[in-house]
Design a protein around this ligand. Structure first.
Ligand SMILES: CC(C)(COP(=O)(O)OP(=O)(O)OC[C@H]1O[C@@H](n2cnc3c(N)ncnc32)[C@H](O)[C@@H]1OP(=O)(O)O)[C@@H](O)C(=O)NCCC(=O)NCCS
Length: 146
């Protein structure tokens, strides 16, 4: 498996994973817009030409914001998200980010477990932040000591 930059050719596979992963996920237009941005990093995990997962990390000055991450249902729990994070942490170190922050549904136990295992801490809860269904968001942050 390799981690490479996301490009337009990956989008149909990315959208399939996005749809199976989220009740109100990103549209094709959202991904197209993101691909044009220079301050965001988009990575895909690919094996035998198949997209297994992806992530989108936005950076503003010394702050990172994880906007999206998902792994194909049939390839979960094989360390793919962890590999995507290793790539994002390389960005964090090379761009000298102070921290990466993210929001996650309170019920997303797999995601919250992953983030805790990677050193993210809960910093706040946003009440009723999500719709479809309405749910609190947990804000988590990982700090980089540079
Ligand atoms: C969250 C998600 C991206 C994890 O991807 P993944 O490739 O399966 O994760 P990994 O295999 O790299 O897991 C790494 C670690 O995270 C934790 N973890 C991952 N899935 C878990 C689960 N279902 N239950 C408990 N812990 C879990 C474990 O600590 C795991 O290490 P281990 O397998 O050695 O125990 C994936 O479940 C997913 O796409 N979920 C739907 C989309 C989503 O919720 N995205 C996050 C939005 S904020």
């Amino acid at each position: 498996m390799i981690i490479e930059n996301m490009s337009a050719e990956h989008l149909s596979s990315v959208l399939k994973i996005e749809e199976e992963s989220f009740s109100n996920g990103w549209s094709e237009q959202s991904f197209c817009d993101e691909l044009k941005k220079e301050n965001s990093y988009k990575f895909v995990a690919v094996e035998n030409d198949e997209v297994l997962g992806y992530c989108v990390l936005e950076t503003v000055l010394d702050e990172g914001n994880l906007l999206d991450i998902a792994v194909s249902q049939k390839h979960r729990r094989k360390g793919i998200a962890k590999k995507l994070f290793e790539k994002m942490f390389e960005v964090a170190y090379s761009k000298k980010l102070s921290f990466i922050t993210l929001e996650v549904r309170e019920s997303s136990i797999p995601a919250i477990s992953l983030y805790k295992a990677l050193g993210f801490e809960t910093v706040a809860v946003r009440k009723n932040y999500y719709s479809k269904p309405t749910e609190n968001a947990v804000l988590m942050t990982k700090y980089f000591n540079l």
